[in-house]
Design a protein around this ligand. Structure first.
Ligand code: UTP
Length: 414
């Protein structure tokens, strides 16, 4: 132990993080060992580099931005719709499509304890976000009498609770042999003074490192091999919190397959030009989602000669990746973005404090950063009234009450 303590001290001194051992003398032996283990396994170089580097993230000019092609679902002829539908159903029925749910987030804006997927929608009977997703998948698997593999990405913070939640709910009657839970990586959070933060006097505060860690996490857990063995060709990738998200929408699947792209994504129309949401575009010729904070209004008003807006397609985290695309991405390291969040911390007196304002930076990789590693993407704009009701916070526009209302109207009473 003495040797490890000495090594930890040296490391902390080198990176100016000595406060992490501030309460060491008050800890039990087990806590000491735990803390030293955490310190000795942190890549301080990387985290401090990310802190500096991610400040440069914001795009500085419009020069390298070009519009990207998209299709509006509402404009498709009944013939085309049917064609895409049939192509999608054929792929699903022949067992080529699996589902990946990204459930490793912390749900900090919603601020409830436990996995966000366990959050219950206020409908009768109450339904958790996981059950809602499961219902959609079950409906398709029952309809075509097939097994659909469902991969759920968790994080170190919620992995065991997620599995426990499924067990307690008897896997919502889904065949547990077709369910795969895998864990993404995490990184320490850091405060404005460039210091790592304690969440307990013997625990360093780590946060999951963004949903873009998906590809690496799949590879690390050896699941890409099982996908190959199952002869899957397409994987739907979606979040855990949109109660109107059917992961197995045949039209979207058929549309992406017919487009001959390796990746596809559903988009939402940005109705308010000044909205600073990121939009789909080509950046240096490659499909991307760009942060147009600096010029959103200007970009949002540009149309083509038929009056179609060029930069109004927003991401709703509903993507389709070919298995080849997933394999390719599992060999590539995605960049990190940083987010400023509220996070409880232990103060210098050893007391746990809940901040009123954001106080820490966390570093995240985003799934959508994978798009720029491909030449094309199939974009399908859907109607947000029908397919988009995520739960992000209690007070904002994406709150549980609205989601429950839409779910009742569009799913339960349909
Ligand atoms: P959000 O960015 O909305 O994050 O994630 P969140 O965890 O739901 O909520 P906040 O931002 O902390 O308030 C969109 C989707 O990506 C998943 C989430 O679980 C959600 O389904 N996600 C996010 C991960 O799987 N891993 C991450 O590290 C972050």
């Amino acid at each position: 132990m003495e040797d490890r303590l000495e090594r930890a001290r040296e490391l902390l001194k080198k990176y100016n993080q000595e406060h992490l051992l501030h309460f060491y003398s008050e800890l039990t032996d087990a806590q000491r060992a735990d803390l030293l283990n955490q310190i000795l396994n942190i890549n301080f170089e990387e985290i401090l580099y990310l802190f500096e580097k991610s400040k440069e993230d914001i795009l500085k000019s419009t020069e390298e931005i070009e519009p990207i092609k998209y299709t509006v679902k509402a404009d498709l002829t009944p013939f085309k719709l049917k064609q895409y539908f049939n192509t999608g159903v054929k792929a699903i029925k022949s067992g080529k499509v699996g589902v990946i749910t990204l459930a490793g987030g912390q749900g900090t804006r919603l601020g409830v304890n436990g996995p966000k997927g366990a959050f219950c929608l206020d409908v009768i009977p109450k339904k958790s976000l996981f059950e809602i997703l499961c219902d959609y998948i079950k409906k398709t698997s029952d309809k075509y009498n097939i097994q659909i593999p469902w991969y759920i990405m968790t994080s170190t913070n919620n992995h065991f609770d997620t599995i426990k939640f499924f067990e307690q709910n008897n896997y919502f009657d889904y065949d547990s042999n077709n369910l795969y839970f895998f864990v993404q990586d995490n990184l320490p959070v850091i405060n404005v003074e460039k210091k790592l933060v304690l969440s307990e006097i013997y625990k360093i505060n780590f946060a999951s490192n963004g949903n873009g860690n998906l590809f690496y996490a799949l590879k690390k857990s050896n699941l890409i091999k099982t996908m190959e063995q199952k002869k899957l060709e397409w994987l739907f990738v979606g979040g855990v919190d949109n109660v109107l998200l059917n992961p197995l929408d045949p039209v979207f699947i058929g549309y992406t397959i017919s487009s001959k792209c390796q990746i596809g994504s559903k988009t939402l129309f940005k109705s308010i030009p000044s909205d600073t949401s990121w939009v789909f575009a080509r950046k240096s010729g490659k499909p991307s989602i760009v942060d147009c904070e600096l010029f959103s209004d200007e970009l949002s008003r540009i149309t083509d000669n038929k009056g179609n807006y060029l930069y109004r397609e927003m991401n709703m985290l509903a993507h389709l990746f070919s298995l080849d695309a997933i394999k390719k991405m599992s060999t590539i390291k995605l960049p990190y973005h940083r987010a400023f969040r509220k996070n409880p911390f232990v103060n210098s007196e050893g007391m746990k404090q809940v901040p009123d304002e954001p106080n820490i930076y966390k570093f995240e990789q985003f799934v959508f950063d994978a798009f720029s590693f491909f030449d094309n993407i199939a974009l399908l704009r859907i109607n947000d009234d029908e397919e988009f009701a995520p739960i992000k916070s209690f007070n904002g526009p994406h709150n549980p009450e609205i989601a429950a209302q839409k779910y009742k109207e569009l799913v339960l009473n349909k």
